[in-house]
Design a protein around this ligand. Structure first.
Ligand SMILES: Nc1nc2c(ncn2[C@@H]2O[C@H](COP(=O)(O)O[C@H]3[C@@H](O)[C@H](n4cnc5c(=O)[nH]c(N)nc54)O[C@@H]3COP(=O)(O)O)[C@@H](O)[C@H]2O)c(=O)[nH]1
Length: 575
């Protein structure tokens, strides 16, 4: 090949390569533009031209600044030439510039580079889908998926921020904690889809009655939180609370049913009820607790004496952790008798001999133990102590033990019972476990399975407080209880209220029909006993027969030497 032919070949080859390069750039899936430093374009690929609406043969006066000014950078729009100058300065200094730019409804990741001394290469990638996905992920991290309200994490951040601002401006804030009354019942009776429908609809109504600056969030379950930033406190918070109550009044329609809910609301005010988020939430929670305790459907403002209750509960919880080890728990025993008066068993009832507060009722500390999980240890102690005590009796009487729903939901309950029976040597048919229907309300199928495995051990199962829940009857269909205990609230009204007499009569009839013996609880008078005898109620328990006492007080009945209970407790603990 001659020298001139070689050059021609190389030139042709070079042109081909340039054409191939241009074709590649033309079809790249990102917008590419090459510009002179004065802004005039050298090359704009198809994506770039489409993005900025430029023809294939662009007009002579087109420039980088004019093109980008069609994007959404407002500073570019106001003075594109000045911004272009600044870009060139940046490129000369740093060699590149990266940013996100919005063009029309697309989001672009822009990467500009200086090529040599006189060219700007801009590469702009469409990241609209990625940005949407990022926004969705951020939204999900900060919002509750069901109601789309801010979640607890984002509420915490917003509260901290608003409290900080309010502190700086000496402003006031109202914090509302809102609980949907009886929401659990809707979930349990009509299913979770109904529960979800209620929460979604209620949240939608909440948003409609919230003020422009108010914050609404879902904390989880049926708990919501609102922040009213008005200075007019507590009035503004109270007004918001009443708007929320009103919004929830209308039933929620679900699959043709009208589901009725109510709200309980607790309010705390910044700064007087707390100086930070934790204190304000705790104060609103105490007020909410009071609202629920006073019958639900209520709004309660925080009052300092509620703080004492929180403090008190915390102290008790703290002390309770040591109660077993320090031998402070005791069992009292209350006799259970045939209607004729013959005692056939005892119910074990726990007491806490607190070192400074004296003898505490289970109503005071069992809810605390359930809340903090200590009930598992305490419940096991009760079961072991009661069984160990009962085997020492000469008379093989029945021993009844209360089970908390928390114990019941724990996986190992039947194993624990079996272990204690084997360890103490108590014959299973002497042990009766008392459950309330709360045990069955949550996760019915699982509860039923546990009941069946307990029954297989040979122990008896009693339904306690019968008649106080509204679905007791349906539970009777599902499980063959050995005993039904009519709640003492019915017995105390016997002979004074016709309706109560009729209910007690009906329950006794029901027991007879199902062949399940009835125990009437809380029998205090001979008149009540006579009524029950007249209705052929088999068994009674109550102060008329005997109060809960140390077992030594019933030594002659159970057939033990009258020895102090503390030694028995200690021997139960050491196994
Ligand atoms: N999970 C556990 N719960 C327990 C345990 N021990 C008790 N409890 C539950 O605490 C509640 C209160 O019990 P208590 O203060 O012992 O009250 C019992 C009796 O004293 C009371 N009673 C009995 N007869 C009468 C009466 O004639 N009048 C009257 N005013 N009160 C009376 O009733 C309570 C027994 O109720 P019940 O269990 O429903 O049979 C109570 O709910 C206990 O269940 C425990 O170890 N674990």
């Amino acid at each position: 090949m001659t020298a001139s032919r070689k050059t021609k070949f190389e030139i042709a080859n070079g042109r081909d390569r340039l054409a191939a390069l241009e074709l590649t750039i033309e079809s790249l899936p990102l917008a590419v533009g090459l510009f002179w430093l004065d802004g005039r374009p050298v090359l704009l690929n198809r994506h770039f031209r489409e993005l900025y609406d430029v023809g294939e043969r662009w007009e002579a006066d087109i420039t980088f600044a004019k093109l980008i000014a069609n994007g959404a950078f407002s500073d570019w729009k106001s003075d594109p030439a000045a911004f272009f100058e600044r870009l060139v300065e940046t490129l000369k200094r740093d060699g590149e510039f990266k940013a996100r730019n919005e063009v029309g409804n697309r989001m672009l990741a822009v990467h500009d580079r200086l090529l040599g001394d006189d060219l700007i290469l801009t590469m702009q990638k469409d990241i609209t889908e990625q940005v949407h996905a990022e926004a969705r992920i951020t939204f999900l991290a900060n919002h509750d998926t069901l109601t789309e309200l801010p979640n607890r994490a984002s509420l915490n951040a917003m509260l901290d921020n608003r409290i900080e601002n309010a502190r700086a401006c000496h402003a006031k804030l109202g914090l509302l904690l809102v609980d949907v009354d009886r929401f659990k019942d809707i979930n349990d009776v009509f299913g979770h889809a109904a529960g979800d429908a209620v929460l979604s609809e209620i949240s939608r109504r909440f948003l409609a009655c919230r003020g422009e600056d108010d914050i609404a969030a879902r904390l989880g379950g049926d708990e919501f939180c609102f922040l009213s930033p008005s200075d007019n406190q507590p009035e503004a918070a109270e007004m918001l609370a009443h708007r929320l109550l009103e919004a929830a009044r209308e039933p929620v329609l679900f699959e043709g049913r009208q589901l009725k809910v109510g709200l309980s609301i607790g309010i705390s005010i910044f700064p007087q009820n707390g100086m930070d988020r934790g204190a304000l939430l705790a104060a609103a929670d105490a007020a909410l607790y009071r609202a629920k305790a006073e019958g639900r459907g209520m709004v309660r403002m925080f009052e300092p004496e509620m703080d004492e209750r929180i403090h008190d509960q915390r102290m008790l919880q703290h002390d309770l952790q040591r109660a077993i080890d320090c031998d402070e728990l005791e069992l009292y025993y209350q006799p259970q008798a045939r209607i004729t008066g013959e005692i056939y068993g005892f119910e074990a009832l726990i007491r806490w001999r607190h070192p400074t507060r004296g003898l505490l009722s289970p109503n005071v500390f069992i809810p605390i133990a359930e809340e903090c999980g200590l009930i598992l240890e305490i419940g096991e102690w009760v079961l072991r102590t009661a069984c160990r005590n009962a085997v020492t009796w000469a008379a093989p009487l029945q021993i009844s033990v209360n089970l908390s729903p928390v114990q019941f939901r724990h996986d190992d309950l039947s194993t624990t019972v079996l272990q204690i029976l084997m360890e103490t040597g108590l014959s299973p048919e002497r042990l009766e476990l008392e459950i309330t229907e709360n045990v069955l309300v949550k996760d019915f199928a699982r509860a039923l399975q546990t009941l069946r495995s307990l029954k297989k051990l040979g122990v008896h199962i009693a339904m306690d407080d019968f008649g106080t829940g509204y679905s007791s009857l349906s539970y009777l269909q599902s499980f063959p209880f050995d005993t039904l205990k009519i709640d003492r609230s019915f017995i105390s009204r016997l002979n004074t209220d016709h309706l109560t007499d009729a209910i007690v009569r009906a329950v006794i009839g029901l027991g007879r029909g199902l062949d399940v013996p009835i125990v009437a609880e809380g029998v205090e008078t001979e008149e009540q006993r006579a009524f029950l005898a007249g209705e052929h109620c088999q068994n009674i328990q109550g102060f008329l027969i005997g109060r809960p006492q140390e077992i030594g007080d019933y030594a002659d009945i159970v057939g033990i030497e009258c020895k102090p209970q503390r030694s028995l407790r200690r021997s139960a603990k050491t196994g």
